[in-house]
Ligand binder design. Structure first.
Ligand SMILES: [Zn+2]
Length: 216
């Protein structure tokens, strides 16, 4: 399947450098696992990063040693790294391996918490940043929230759309703190995973609770 919505270059660079908070890294890894384009870009960035580290003053004296373990360390700490070829490509299952390691493969079997009509939440414990799964019925919006940091949303089932367009399974909405958006589930509903690097500020509970009836 062709992916049209990708990780931002700055996200990929931070990911390559091992600098993303874990929550964002998990979702970035999940997208990379199913997206050949981002996988290629990431490989290029890692190569360039290694070359840059190797060319830093003093690198010759220290030998290339500092660069190589650095890259390796990041690769091994990256949630995407471990699973072999079976995780690459869309044919594997609904949950890409980097995320499946945290929540398993059975989205229907998860314990979902009801938060509003047509809207369920599942918190995923993580060491840095915040990671949530949202499940929304057809045409229901994900709970509205502002951002104080970066946010990456990836669709696991169904579709979502916001002011910037439509997102399908595997695609990501990768935005920074300057963007506010209110993704709405498509006609078949959606399940998506949302990573944030700071707590979101959930807004008016009333707006959130009544949104299903204004059809937003
Ligand atoms: Zn991509």
């Amino acid at each position: 399947m062709t992916m049209n919505r990708h990780l931002d270059d700055s996200t990929l660079m931070s990911f390559a450098a091992g600098a993303l908070p874990e929550a964002l890294a998990v979702v970035a890894a999940a997208h990379v696992a199913v997206c050949p384009r981002c996988r290629d870009e990431l490989a290029t960035m890692e190569m360039l990063g290694g070359a840059l580290l190797g060319s830093l003053p003093g690198a010759a004296m220290r030998s290339p040693a500092p660069a190589a373990p650095e890259i390796e360390r990041h690769s091994s700490s990256r949630p995407a790294a471990a699973p072999p070829p079976t995780t690459q490509g869309a044919a594997v299952g609904e949950v890409p391996a980097p995320l499946a390691r945290l929540i398993g493969n059975d989205l229907d079997g998860l314990h979902w918490r009801w938060v509003a009509p047509g809207s369920w939440l599942r918190h995923v414990p993580i060491t840095s940043g915040r990671l949530h799964l949202f499940k929304c019925s057809s045409d229901v919006a994900l709970p509205e929230h502002g951002h104080e940091g970066s946010e990456i949303t990836m669709v696991l089932r169904g579709t979502i759309s916001d002011g910037t367009g439509l997102y399908r399974v595997g695609e990501v909405c990768d935005i920074d703190e300057n963007v506010e958006h209110a993704p709405v589930a498509g006609t078949d509903g959606c399940i998506c995973v949302v990573a944030q690097d700071r707590p979101a500020r959930f807004r008016s509970l009333i707006v959130r609770l009544t949104r299903p009836w204004h059809g937003m």
